[in-house]
Design a protein around this ligand. Structure first.
Ligand code: CA
Length: 362
């Protein structure tokens, strides 16, 4: 072998070694994300898809995540367990689906007669909510991030009109979280079902009524085909955040920039989902009313005030429970609400009242 071929050989070997270097192969990470949403689900489900697209682009392809819609890898309401037991590295859903693990988790989705979306984000990000959320999820080895928000939801779909609390007695109603406890106190028989299961249950007659999100999401699920009475507003979900959850040890093992990319992508998608839903809710409602004969109603004051009383009882129950972390969550939430409502009372509500009353431009 002459000197030139030796040199050539060593260069080739060197290049091969560089390509196979551990630093390079470890730079490509593939994760799985299980979700609680049906495939191509507008608003919330698309938010999960867009989140992983953001992460892929922001990381220049170093972190790619495959999204599994509800039931593809695990049933929708086992999404968090899949992250805890390592079947997936991430999940996308709503923290209150897991309130049987700790009722404090409900506060990171939405609370009856609680915070609007903007208030909720202020509590989670600035007023200490995230730290308590982390304390709860630390027990399960996962980390949660806000990843979307619906704004104030619709109250639900009812076959028959409901005007009085009496009309709620025995009503088989789908709604999760603390809101489910409120509706149970009002006399309903409450169950939680994931998005894709609700229509079937309504059709089969095992549910009399259901709430899911609001016009944009609800139109896609077709509830109007069965129940025509659409009630507003949801007093149990005045703001409702979705979550992205990561396996904490996998997350901590990522380089700092990828950790920040996940965090920032969640924050960006949180905002995008809220705008998407705000823009599309009125369009969807217009379609439902004009094309599908949906009747829009407001809940009566009797129901709204009974709902407020039941909500106060539910929150007091969590506050007085012997679950230390849930209690801590409730105390922090109530303190946050009492601070934030000052702004609502002197700024946001008076402005909206004035706009509704005095201002209209065609
Ligand atoms: Ca809901």
């Amino acid at each position: 072998m002459d000197r030139r071929s030796v040199l050539k050989k060593s260069l080739t070997a060197g290049a091969g070694a560089a390509l196979a270097a551990p630093a390079f192969s470890q730079g490509k990470i593939e994760w799985r994300m299980v979700t609680t949403w049906p495939k191509n689900f507008p608003g919330l489900g698309v938010g999960a898809e867009n989140l992983v697209k953001r992460i892929n682009i922001m990381s220049a392809g170093r972190l790619t995540i495959k999204v599994y819609s509800a039931g593809e890898l695990v049933p929708p309401l086992q999404a968090l367990d899949a992250v805890i037991n390592g079947t997936a590295e991430m999940s996308h859903g709503a923290a209150y689906y897991w309130q049987n693990k700790n009722v404090g988790l409900s506060f990171f989705t939405g609370v009856p007669y609680g915070m609007t979306s903007r208030e909720h984000a202020a509590w989670v990000r600035i007023l200490g909510g995230q730290q308590i959320w982390d304390e709860i999820y630390d027990q399960f080895g996962v980390q949660g991030f806000l990843s979307g928000d619906t704004g104030t939801q619709a109250g639900g779909w009812f076959r028959k009109e409901i005007n009085k609390v009496e009309d709620i007695k025995g009503l088989r109603f789908r709604t999760p979280g603390l809101g489910g406890q409120v509706w149970a106190k009002l006399g309903a028989s409450v169950t939680n079902l994931a998005a894709g299961q609700i229509f079937q249950a309504l059709q089969a007659g095992t549910l009399d009524a259901a709430e899911f999100v609001g016009p944009y999401n609800d139109l896609a699920l077709g509830f109007y085909q069965i129940a025509k009475n659409y009630y507003f507003p949801s007093f149990i979900e005045p703001g409702l955040a979705t979550e992205a959850v990561v396996n904490k040890s996998k997350y901590k093992a990522l380089p700092a920039d990828l950790q920040e990319i996940i965090r920032t992508a969640c924050q960006a998608e949180y905002d995008q989902v809220a705008s998407d839903i705000y823009a599309n809710d009125p369009r969807a409602l217009e379609t439902m009313v004009s094309k599908h004969g949906v009747k829009v109603h407001m809940f009566s004051d009797e129901i709204l005030s009974a709902g407020a009383k039941a909500s106060a009882e539910v929150l007091t129950g969590v506050r007085n429970s012997d679950n230390a972390l849930a209690k801590k969550t409730a105390e922090s939430f109530i303190a946050g609400l009492n601070l934030l409502r000052q702004r609502a009372e002197i700024t946001d509500s008076p402005y909206l009242r004035a706009r509704e009353k005095f201002f209209k431009l065609k």
